[in-house]
Design a protein around this ligand. Structure first.
Ligand code: IMP
Ligand code: MG
Length: 198
């Protein structure tokens, strides 16, 4: 596997530090949201109160699985994790060919605070479709979190993420959950492949 790697864009130490700081920010924002909600409903803020535990994390599989595993362990709220699966680069393609829902999003997101986690914002088609399906359910809030964001010139859909780990150039990357043709997800850093591995 390592012989196929051309260069590392983000090493594993930088990833770990950034995931921790994203977790701190997300936790602060969610706490503020829950406090305001408690205030509106005239009750004291108690994150473990059954009515206050409407936080739902939706990782978009497969790419988000490693990022999610690390990020959710930085959040100490009582929350639920509901998996959804969307594919957009079938097989040996590095260009998005539209979006296919492989595992449906939850249907009971009304009134919930939803945090969607994905590996990368590229054309934006994936997150635009996902956000749309969630918004239709009238959630209390929706936030999008991606580990990586490619330049805005890549965007086809009008969508952005509230939380971004790293801005990366317009290069096809693998590792830390991201694949090429199903491989390299287990590589611990964000890396570019040699052209002869593509
Ligand atoms: P979008 O719908 O074009 O924004 O693409 C999002 C999805 O495409 C991501 O969740 C990834 O699965 C995949 N993707 C986009 N860019 C890359 C890349 O550089 N490497 C690996 N997968 C990518
Ligand atoms: Mg993918």
């Amino acid at each position: 596997m390592h012989k196929d790697i051309d260069k590392i864009l983000v090493d594993k130490i930088a990833i770990a530090e950034r995931v921790q700081s994203l977790g701190t920010r997300i936790a602060a924002d969610l706490e503020r949201e829950l406090r305001e909600e408690a205030g509106r409903e005239g009750r004291a803020y108690d994150p473990d109160h059954p009515d206050a535990t409407g936080i739902v994390i939706i990782p978009i599989l497969t790419g988000a699985f490693i990022f999610t595993a690390d990020l959710v362990r930085c959040l100490s709220f009582k929350l639920s994790i509901r998996l959804a699966a969307v594919s957009s680069y079938p097989g040996k393609s590095v260009e998005s060919k539209g979006v296919r829902i492989d595992r449906e999003l939850p249907h009971d997101l009304g009134g919930k605070h939803v945090l969607v986690i994905d590996d990368i914002l590229d054309s934006g088609q994936t997150l635009a479709v996902v956000k749309d399906l969630i918004m239709k359910q009238n959630p209390a809030s929706v936030r999008l979190c991606v580990l990586l964001r490619k330049p805005e010139t890549r965007r086809v859909a009008d969508v952005d993420a509230e939380y971004v780990g790293f801005e990366i150039p317009d290069e096809f990357v693998v590792g830390y959950g991201l694949d090429y043709d199903g491989y390299y997800r287990n590589y611990p850093a964000i890396a570019v492949l040699k052209s002869d591995a593509l």
